[in-house]
Design a protein around this ligand. Sequence first.
Ligand SMILES: NC(=O)C1=CN([C@@H]2O[C@H](COP(=O)(O)OP(=O)(O)OC[C@H]3O[C@@H](n4cnc5c(N)ncnc54)[C@H](O)[C@@H]3O)[C@@H](O)[C@H]2O)[C@H](O)CC1
Length: 468
Amino acid sequence: MEEAGRAAANELRRAFPGQATLLLAGGGANGGDAFVAARHLLSLGVGATVLALPARHPLTRRNRARWRAVGGQTFALTPAALARRSRDAGVLVDGLLGTGFQPPLRPALAEVVGAVNAARARGLAVVSLDLPSGLDAALAEAGLSVQANLTVTFSGLKPALLFGPAAERAGRVVLAPLRLPPEWATAEALAQRPLDADLGACLPVRAAGAHKGTAGRVWVVGGHPGTAGAPVLAGWGALRTGAGLVTLHSGAEVPLLHPELMVRRHSDLGAFLDGVSANGRPDAVALGMGLGPDAADHARRVLRWGLPTVLDADALQPELAGSGHDRCVWTPHPGEAARLLGHTAAEVTRDPLSAARALQAQLGGVVVLKGGPSVVAAPGGLSVSRGGHPGMASAGMGDTLSGILAALLGQGVSPEDAARSGVRLHARAGERAARAFGYGLSASDVAAELGGAWHDLQAAAGAPGGGT
Ligand SMILES: NC(=O)C1=CN([C@@H]2O[C@H](COP(=O)(O)OP(=O)(O)OC[C@H]3O[C@@H](n4cnc5c(N)ncnc54)[C@H](O)[C@@H]3O)[C@@H](O)[C@H]2O)[C@H](O)CC1
């Protein structure tokens, strides 16, 4: 609590220098954070006043006493007192409810939350401690809750700060990584959000003497009459992510849109896959995009090779659970995840971290639960992607991502690092493409920006240039 309050005070002083601060302290430990923050603000010469509910948590009682011992003023928290005192404040700190909130919000506190939001509507900046009061830390949904400009959260990122309508209540999120005993780390706080520098360090740096045979041979197995464009997008994404050789294997006529992509049409795709010899296999495979009704059978054939394999779209079938291996990367969107889990898409988007964790346990390997943001679930834990752009909500983005992931796998990147860095490459390329095309950006525009995105991540990592 001491570390949390001090971190909050430092962030408040950074974000709102010299602003008189009105802090609201709830009865639990979240309120204790508020008392600690008030004491540190006072020691930094910042005017601070606390409006408090009766303190129930022992540490909150102790820190209320320490606040008073340094001359801090505490008054009873009522909506009227809040409305009156907020007029003299520059910033309002919400320390009412944190991870201990048990919905639904009780009427007395609902009234206070309403008064906080009214003060914000009058132009007062609102900063929430750990998470906006009224949100369930584990869920992406938002009922009556504080609308914050900034949330200073402790020890780890909660789903409510990352996904859906709840994340929109948090405003800008700053993570204060506290040195906590493991038993304090709340379950929902276990998602990491790797920095571009970390992800850029995962990208391969190519030897000067490289040639197309050493830069990764990728096969894309997909396409079916009417969906023959999907494998082309995957192949192009792979090529724009540095794959040396990309071949599309399909049972359908695939349009020859890029001469750099080799295209093989098979009258009997299954017989072809069954006949591939060990030394005729690629370094990585992306399969499923537009593959059609025989996708599960074709997927089993490819999975038997034991190669780094990206499974997407039609290859995301519940019957394949148990056929995968630890070099697989599965890339469902919420609807496909729902089908794999036997849940509804709403249940998946309501708690994406749990859904991604359950899928990884069910399928093995690494799971990329696509969304805004995407979640990567690996045996080593969960990570949440950054960035991207709403314009990426259009056809073909998933196909392109599959190609990106297969290209990284084909260049020897591990499944977990390929998933985490590939998802970020895809998002960063979308951010770059959005500068010119906004909501009208296409999957091809994203592919065109992959080289620049690669440079951006490697630059963030301080790695040598080059890249794709
Ligand atoms: N885990 C960590 O990393 C740290 C957590 N800290 C802070 O502690 C809070 C969690 O504290 P806790 O006492 O468990 O719960 P809250 O303070 O969030 O709330 C409990 C408080 O709220 C009342 N309450 C619960 N539900 C409702 C409701 N629906 N309506 C009204 N009131 C409700 C309940 O009666 C209690 O009085 C965490 O968020 C951090 O801020 C540490 O300080 C830092 C490390």
